[in-house]
Ligand binder design. Structure first.
Ligand code: GN1
Ligand code: MG
Length: 343
């Protein structure tokens, strides 16, 4: 750790690091360093290169997006651009082959955790909307796909069928009900594919991880300070970003809960209002009309992803206990049923 910290802050006299965040993929640390008597804080992160197979590509996307946002005079949020190592690179490899990058640590900030209020939801959706707005003329197709086929549900469907066929750890027998529920969601996935193919959903810069935890808020004003976690910024559709907000903000319980969540309609309305306040004047009618379909799609796709990982033997998501992926898959399926019933 000391060696890595030193490549990003060569003059550091001493450093203390503490794990932060609850990401399922990367490992994140707050690092407090002392530099000639002065305190400095950076955010150090190990990028999971089993998930992001081309870490340099991730950093290239991130740097381009940060530079573009920084150059937009009316982008209302801070842009935490990567800190360069002493050799000028934005990515450092350690002796074990791990990849590390660093960002400025935004002090007196927090990410909303647990149940967010309609007010926080509205503000977060406005922040993601501002992000989409600032990037609306960015040439989306020139960004790398840091995880190929990330929201290509057709591709994820084929992977699901394949893992069911292989049943590598004999779990298929125990989840027939869940598998059936996903088959029932196939028409929804097909509808999204049709909308993408027809061009009704234009290709846009998409954040792809628009949960509450990826907006930094000020402890003082409780206003958004920055949109963070640009690893999955890729060419995509606007629907998946709104959809992931619906998936993560609207339920009364998190994706890790064993109890049945309910939908909070006041939060849904707040999300819509916040997002459209920034995007309403440039998105297409079809995008507007299908915002809720985006919610159902991303919830269904997340159920598909968790169930695939459960059947595969927990190879992708970090798990906290043996049944974690199954619990998450069931939770998302309950949510999907509720969205279909109530919205
Ligand atoms: C992963 O690591 P985290 O929590 O930011 C995943 C998201 C999922 C989420 C589900 C690169 O995000 O797509 O929606 O878990 N990120 C990746 O909790 O797969
Ligand atoms: Mg993430």
């Amino acid at each position: 750790m000391k060696q890595i910290i030193h490549t990003f802050v060569p003059e550091a006299d001493s450093a203390v690091w503490t794990p932060v965040g609850q990401g399922n993929i990367n490992d994140t640390y707050r690092v407090d360093v002392v530099l000639g008597g002065e305190q400095k804080v950076i955010l150090l992160q190990r990028l999971n290169h089993l998930v992001f197979k081309d870490p340099a590509q991730v950093m290239d996307n991130t740097s381009r997006i940060c530079a573009y946002l920084t150059a937009q005079p009316d982008y209302p949020l801070q842009v935490p651009s990567p800190i360069l190592a002493k050799d000028g690179s934005n990515l450092v490899r350690d002796d074990q082959g791990n990849y590390w990058r660093a960002f400025p640590f935004i002090e007196r900030s927090y990410t909303p955790d647990g149940l967010v209020t309609p007010d926080i939801a509205r503000k977060a959706a406005r922040a993601y909307g501002a992000f989409a707005r600032a990037l609306r003329d960015f040439p989306a197709a020139t960004l790398a796909e840091t995880i190929p086929g990330f929201h290509d549900t057709d591709m994820r469907w084929l992977a699901f069928l394949e893992v069911i066929r292989q049943d590598p750890v004999s779990r298929v027998g125990g989840v027939q009900k869940e598998i059936d529920a996903l088959f029932a969601a196939k028409p929804l996935f097909d509808l999204i594919s049709r909308l993408k193919r027809s061009g009704e959903l234009p290709l846009r810069v998409s954040h792809n991880d628009t949960k509450a935890g990826n907006v930094l808020f000020s402890m003082d004003t409780h206003e958004p300070l920055a949109v963070i976690d640009l690893d999955t910024v890729m060419p995509g559709t606007l629907l998946s970003d709104f959809g992931d907000m619906v998936r993560t903000f609207v339920p009364s319980l998190t994706e890790n809960s064993v109890d049945e969540p309910h939908l909070r309609l006041d939060v849904l309305l707040a999300l819509r209002e916040g997002f459209l306040s920034e995007t309403g004047d440039f998105i297409t009618t079809s995008e507007q009309q299908h915002l809720l379909t985006g919610g159902a799609w991303i919830i269904g796709e997340q159920a598909l992803r968790f169930l695939t990982d459960w059947i595969a033997g927990d190879v992708y998501y970090k798990i906290g206990y043996p049944e974690h992926n199954l619990v998450r898959a069931r939770n998302q399926l309950q949510l999907l049923a509720m969205v279909n019933r109530e919205l």
